[in-house]
Design a binder for this molecule. Structure first.
Ligand code: ZN
Length: 314
């Protein structure tokens, strides 16, 4: 008998972290510098554990390693996705991630990283960095060398409900006053391009200029990946991205919706509101996995669900 599998997050304290996750979701965060909650993670650097049910206390990695039937017998050494909530109480460094090919050659066979961000909440006037303004690789290298960061970096204002798709090779940074949900390839490979000249314990943090310049896509080509909002009365549905590695959709449930699970697995994040999923009470900050063959999930209440699955190869 198939069941919905709920997780408790792994928390990470960082210099730029805050305490919003306690106030907004009631999470038992370890300190007022909690920047990340790895809410659905099988990554060795921070694993989420099953809360309740048949697999209570086991890690997602345990399930992936020993119960592959829950994932429809899908292949692969590592669970492919990672979901985080990020609370930025200060600017994060400007970063870029390699693609699979570069990472496998230069990072000892690890995966690249494509990610996406759904803005859960942000302060008035908050912004984000996605991409850059250099037209050629030569211009990019010169601007980096000369430190023309204000001219180089593409800064955008953000609002609650915005969505950004960040394929590998895209320069990006989360900035102060942002609470977001991140869905990404399960990888930790990050190159730091610029850290605002800040010091940590009296020293600047390591930068990876050579690797960054190798992998930054030039010129920046951004596109809005969002599909149209389909209004079904009882709920609204929208595809946020159908990317190479994952597909992310948003279900804005007003009274009820039938969410179909015909994928190897479906990850669901309750982004706001509350209600029930097949009769189980859920609220903002809950994260779960519907296993292979689960079928239709009946959602009732007033809540916003972000659902992610791997993209089938056509
Ligand atoms: Zn990133």
């Amino acid at each position: 008998m198939s069941e919905l599998i709920f997780f408790q997050p792994f928390f990470k304290q960082v210099l730029w972290g805050g305490h919003k996750m306690r106030e907004v979701y009631g999470y038992p965060i370890p300190g007022d510098d909690t920047g990340e909650a790895w809410v659905i993670s099988a990554n060795p650097h921070g694993q989420s554990l099953v809360r309740g049910g048949t697999y209570d206390g086991q890690s997602l990695k345990d399930l992936w390693d020993h119960h592959r039937e829950l994932f429809g017998g899908m292949e692969g050494k590592e669970f492919p996705l990672l979901v985080k909530i990020i609370d930025a109480n200060d600017h994060l460094s400007i970063q870029v991630h390699p693609d699979d090919e570069y990472a496998s050659v230069h990072e000892g066979g690890s995966q690249g990283k494509t990610e996406c961000w759904y803005i859960l909440d942000c302060e008035e006037g908050a912004d984000i960095i996605i991409g850059h303004h250099a037209r050629t690789r030569k211009e990019l290298e010169e601007m980096i060398k000369e430190g023309c960061w204000d001219d180089l970096l593409r800064k955008l204002p953000i609002h609650k409900g915005d969505f950004f798709y960040i394929p590998s090779g895209t320069v990006h940074a989360i900035r102060k006053g942002t609470l977001l949900l991140e869905v990404q390839q399960n990888s930790d490979t990050t190159y730091r391009l610029y850290d605002y000249g800040r010091l940590q314990n009296g020293k600047p943090r390591e930068l990876h200029l050579k690797q960054s310049m190798d992998v930054i896509a030039c010129p920046h080509e951004g596109s809005d990946t969002r599909g149209p909002v389909e209004d079904h009365g009882a709920y609204e549905f929208c595809t946020l991205v159908e990317g190479q590695y994952f597909t992310v959709t948003r279900w804005n449930v007003k009274t009820d919706a039938a969410v179909s699970q015909d994928y190897p697995f479906l990850l669901i994040d309750v982004a706001s509101g509350s209600g029930t999923l097949d009769g189980i009470p859920v609220k903002a900050g809950d994260h779960l996995l519907a296993p292979a063959g689960y079928g239709v999930i009946r959602a009732e209440g007033a809540m916003e669900l972000i659902a992610s699955h791997i993209t089938e190869k056509h």
